[in-house]
Design a protein around this ligand. Structure first.
Ligand SMILES: Nc1nc2c(ncn2[C@@H]2O[C@H](COP(=O)(O)OP(=O)(O)OP(=O)(O)O)[C@@H](O)[C@H]2O)c(=O)[nH]1
Ligand SMILES: [Mg+2]
Length: 287
């Protein structure tokens, strides 16, 4: 498992890195957006260097698609580390109203200092995260209007955009960025499965096979229930793949399996939460 090598670091991400570096000095805090289903893989390791010692608030989006029991484990994990992390379902607006109060709490000292001098400080924020993690959706939920373009594919936001969230809060949207090389191939697989990597650069049949293998291990009942199949211990993922093709009637002339169609459906249904609420990563299980 995890042999599929995925890489996606197009030129516009280098441009975004420079854009972040150029603008980081203008902001008081960075809202770092990661995906609750892949908490580890969706935190960009480059951010530590890129954001320097800028104050940060981590938000985990798509909590509605992630496994509730795993969300709880992550909550406990971050609490123990003394880190403020918010879990959101931005499309339904859940948790969104906690974001700005959490920002104000982190910036309390400097806000109090300004207030003591009779000034109102404008809070400037930057939102950063891997592609498709829900940055623009969160911005729209925060300001109750469609201020930023949001779509279910990576690489939607191009260039930066300042948006006024409240009269004293401004936020800069940025395009999603990945990093140069996924040291652990599993990271690339998890990011591709959750839609952070452009589908065109990935072999979708291989990715679907990886998904099947992960689900066989972590969520066998969900896989069985969704595709009305029965798994047996040690079943090769390819057999499961073909079983799903058979059940769904994804066959070509001559009774060949239509792997391509099946892969598209599997990935789509996983991403849309139709196989169930699934988390690919847990706090101590390794990535
Ligand atoms: N279920 C669910 N879907 C979400 C959530 N947040 C965002 N989405 C969906 O995720 C997809 C990507 O959202 P965007 O806001 O465009 O993501 P982005 O991070 O701005 O993406 P780039 O600009 O491409 O980097 C959209 O289809 C959103 O509707 C969430 O909390 N729950
Ligand atoms: Mg965006």
């Amino acid at each position: 498992m995890g042999n599929l090598q995925i890489q996606w670091y197009p030129g516009h991400m280098t441009k975004t890195r420079r854009y972040i570096e150029k603008n980081i000095g203008l902001v008081d805090l960075v809202i770092e957006v990661a995906d609750a289903r892949v908490v580890k893989s969706s935190q960009n390791p480059d951010f530590d260097r890129l954001l320097g010692n800028k104050k940060r608030l981590t938000v985990l989006t798509k909590k509605d698609l992630a496994d509730e029991s795993v969300n709880k484990k992550w909550e406990a994990y971050f609490k123990e580390k003394g880190r403020t992390v918010l879990f959101l379902n931005s499309t339904a607006g859940q948790g969104v109203s906690d974001v700005i109060p959490a920002v104000r709490k982190i910036l309390k000292e400097s806000l109090d200092r300004a207030a003591a001098k009779g000034m109102t400080k404008t809070i400037r924020l930057m939102i950063c995260g891997v592609p498709n993690s829900g940055k623009s959706t969160l911005i729209n939920a925060l300001c109750h209007r469609k201020a930023a373009e949001a779509q279910d594919r990576p690489g939607v936001t191009r260039g930066g955009q300042w948006v006024t969230l409240q009269k004293d809060v401004e936020l800069l949207d940025t395009p999603g960025i990945l990093w140069n090389k996924f040291e652990d191939p599993q990271v690339g697989i998890h990011l591709a499965l959750t839609g952070a990597v452009k589908d065109d650069v990935v072999d979708k049949e291989s990715l679907a096979l990886e998904l099947i293998e992960i689900l066989q291990g972590k969520y066998p009942e969900a896989l069985e229930a969704r595709y009305k199949i029965e798994l047996y211990p040690g079943e090769p993922p390819l057999e499961v793949y073909e079983d799903i093709c058979r059940k769904r009637g994804f066959l070509l002339r001559g009774n060949d399996f239509d792997y391509t169609r099946c892969a598209a459906v599997l990935l789509d249904e996983f991403r849309g939460g139709k196989i169930g609420r699934i988390s690919l990563e847990e706090p101590d299980a390794g990535v």
